[in-house]
Design a protein around this ligand. Structure first.
Ligand code: GDG
Length: 463
């Protein structure tokens, strides 16, 4: 099957739904990661332009920035609504984040999803050179390799899933799940964040597709496709984040934040406004902390940065309203003329400022109900002052918990447990903080974004 295939790819072609153009702030994990992955090595980044046009796919927008070329296409309104807001974000996203109660399945949306994947395949095919390695990202584009193969593409194609993958018992709730998920076998390599996700994929293929596992670790489907599923925990540009954080005091905004704290300990949360991030539960846990520890009143301040995302999806508008109410309620209960317990901010900030905010915080509070990895947890750790580091309180259900066992690990649904962890973090002795931080930082230095990218691409070249 691999006869005639080159083993060293000439150029990297990254495909993802959204493309972060050189002058745009990347506020999503995938965009931050892929930008870093391409910058060092160069290549082509292909995806949706973020624009709605009257006719989909009529024009290809091209741009060059150093070694990185960008090619994007527009989508029509109905393509966008059915593919992006519809099947990707109202069907697949909740399913992959263990929320079958929020799954909205609609055949029209599935048809739109397949239509846009076909459009991607059609537009991308002529841009791929004979030796290029193609790296497709995330749940928006699961069937893309199958569609490229149908058009005759024989290059190596890898896929990385940035979300968790739930067990087969949940996946089978999706109508027509086999038709969709079996297309993963058209890739040469499927990458996942954790061993749990990989086990879920293997079990699904073994039991639902009737695949077999070969001695060399490849899965073979009854349809004759063979592929590998492997674990590649995504990382951050650890050195760069640490460097940016150490210079952050030069920014006026960081100075103002520190000043406004008046010596209070800062707890920080930074998340896209998304129901998977466990924000209502987090607010309740903070309220519980204030309830059980009056001594902390006026001594602590919680800054939650939550830029809105996916505003076209009703569940996202609803959680936004819910959080506004909850923040107002908690401040109403506890605020004093000179103390606001929760600062809830719906803006996004550039990375250079974020790392300064992280460094100013004694506690990083990262409590998603489910998360593929969670880069904010890693950025928080990398931003700390080595002499006086803060403490990470981290959900067990973030992929990052597999690597960052020296965080205070919590079940985000247990508000009492989170409140206790917050109290422990706020009072943790310096020596323990340093020890935990050092061990986490060792992991982040080893498993950084470069290791992730090289690990995936080396495996793809050899698969
Ligand atoms: C998905 C998966 C997985 C920049 N400015 C802001 C902001 N950023 C950056 C953060 C961080 C990224 O956005 C958010 O990444 P996360 O990993 O925390 O979360 P998702 O966006 O859900 O990412 C996730 C990731 O893909 C990579 O595979 O780890 O599990 O869900 O780099 O610095 N973020 C926010 N506000 C800003 O102003 N929230």
């Amino acid at each position: 099957m691999s006869l005639g295939r080159p083993s060293v790819p000439r150029r990297l072609v990254v495909v993802s739904n959204r493309v972060a153009l050189p002058d745009q702030t990347a506020t999503g994990g995938l965009a931050s990661a892929m930008r870093a992955a391409l910058q060092e090595r160069g290549g082509l980044w292909f995806g949706w332009s973020g624009k709605i046009a009257r006719h989909a796919g009529t024009g290809l927008h091209r741009r060059q920035d150093g070694e990185v070329a960008y090619a994007t296409i527009d989508l029509s309104r109905s393509d966008h609504d059915e593919f992006y807001d519809g099947f990707a974000n109202r069907t697949l996203w909740p399913l992959l984040h263990y929320r079958p109660d929020l799954v909205d399945y609609n055949r029209k949306h599935l048809a739109g999803y397949l239509r846009v994947n076909n459009l991607f395949a059609e537009q991308l095919l002529p841009l791929i050179g004979p030796d290029d390695a193609v790296w497709v990202n995330d749940y928006h584009l699961i069937p893309l390799a199958a569609m490229l193969r149908e058009r005759g593409l024989r290059n190596r194609i890898g896929f990385f899933l940035h979300t968790p993958l739930p067990a087969a018992g949940l996946l089978i709730a999706l109508p027509h799940h086999q038709e969709l998920l079996e297309t993963l076998s058209s890739y040469d390599l499927v990458g996942l964040h954790t061993a749990r996700d990989r086990r879920a994929l293997e079990e699904y293929f073994l039991h639902e597709i009737g695949a077999s596992m070969r001695r060399d670790g490849r899965l073979h489907t009854p349809g004759g496709h063979g592929f590998r599923a492997e674990v590649f925990p995504i990382g951050i540009d650890t050195r760069q984040v640490a460097e940016a954080a150490s210079h952050a005091h030069e920014h006026e905004e960081i100075h103002h934040l520190r000043q406004s704290l008046e010596g209070r300990a800062l707890i920080i949360g930074v998340d896209r406004l998304d129901y998977s991030k466990g924000l209502p539960e987090r607010f309740q846990a903070y309220a519980r902390l204030l309830e059980r520890s009056p001594a902390l009143h006026r001594k602590v301040s919680f800054l939650q940065i939550a830029p809105p995302s996916r505003g076209g999806v009703p569940e996202y508008r609803q959680i936004r309203r819910e959080l506004e109410r909850s923040a107002g309620h908690i401040n109403g209960l506890y605020a004093a003329p000179d103390w606001v317990p929760i600062r809830y901010v719906n803006n996004s900030f550039p990375h250079s400022l974020l790392s300064g905010y992280y460094r100013a915080a004694r506690v990083g509070l990262v409590t998603p109900l489910r998360d593929g990895m969670n880069l904010v947890a890693k950025e928080y750790v990398a931003s700390q002052n080595p002499d006086d580091p803060g403490v990470l309180v981290l959900s067990r259900f973030a992929g990052a918990a597999q690597e960052l066992g020296d965080a205070l690990l919590v079940n985000p649904a247990d508000t009492e447990e989170v409140a206790e962890a917050l109290e422990r973090a706020l009072t943790m002795p310096l020596q323990e903080r340093r020890m935990r931080w050092r061990r986490m930082m060792d992991v982040l230095e080893r498993q950084d974004i470069t290791a992730w990218r090289n690990g995936f691409l080396t495996r793809l070249a050899g698969s």
